[in-house]
Design a binder for this molecule. Structure first.
Ligand code: COA
Length: 170
């Protein structure tokens, strides 16, 4: 019989300034806009900016940044290291964002041809709200997506617990 090692836990924790260099590397690998130290340092000066990272065995493998604007949250960045994708890390980060957003809506923009991200957002009950033609350059349109009902803490724990995740807040 094949023996399988238990899933190694992934933990979410708040991003600290010490993480910036690794996060810039993740952002560059993910081809995200504003993938530079200056932009990330600025996030630490904004009272409404909420930042979290995902770690496995002490290695930072993903992060997210959203803005808590009171009546709604805006997701500005979400990325997972290429070698750690399709293991539930993006879903855990996104659910951490929704948990932090509480009962309010959460909105985001995603490139229309970003099928991986769109599949994740749709799975987490984000719905298209509109489309911006040529937003990221000629022929590169993006979708506006919106999530209405944030899950309860119990829902989040149940949905990520089965994959061995620990959650430490945003
Ligand atoms: C989008 C991204 C964050 C997803 O992270 P991830 O850790 O790979 O996603 P998960 O493993 O949590 O996937 C959760 C679900 O999303 C969907 N999904 C994720 N990646 C997918 C892909 N490449 N193709 C199809 N569906 C995908 C699936 O439904 C998946 O569930 P399953 O694996 O049980 O089928 C990751 O691909 C990434 O970092 N991409 C580059 C940066 C980026 O595009 N960020 C979003 C900017 S708007």
């Amino acid at each position: 019989m094949l023996w399988r090692a238990p899933t190694t836990a992934v933990c979410l924790r708040p991003m600290v300034e010490h993480d910036i260099d690794v996060v810039v590397g993740l952002a560059l690998a993910a081809d995200l806009p504003n993938a530079n130290r200056t932009s990330l340092e600025r996030e630490f000066t904004l009272s409404f900016s909420c930042r979290q990272v995902a770690e496995r065995e002490g290695r930072l493998i993903g992060y997210s940044i959203h803005w808590d604007l009171g009546d709604e949250a805006e997701l500005h960045a979400l990325a997972v290291a290429p070698e750690a994708r399709r293991q539930g890390v993006g879903r855990a980060l996104l659910r951490g964002v929704l948990l932090h957003a509480g009962a309010g809506p959460c909105i985001l923009e995603v490139a229309e041809d970003n099928h991986a991200a769109r599949a994740l957002y749709e799975e987490c009950a984000f719905y298209p709200q509109g489309r911006r033609q040529d937003y990221d350059g000629p022929g590169r349109s993006c979708l506006l997506m919106r999530h209405e009902a944030a899950p309860s803490a119990g829902d989040v724990a149940a949905s990520i617990g089965g994959k061995g995740f620990g959650i430490a807040g945003v």
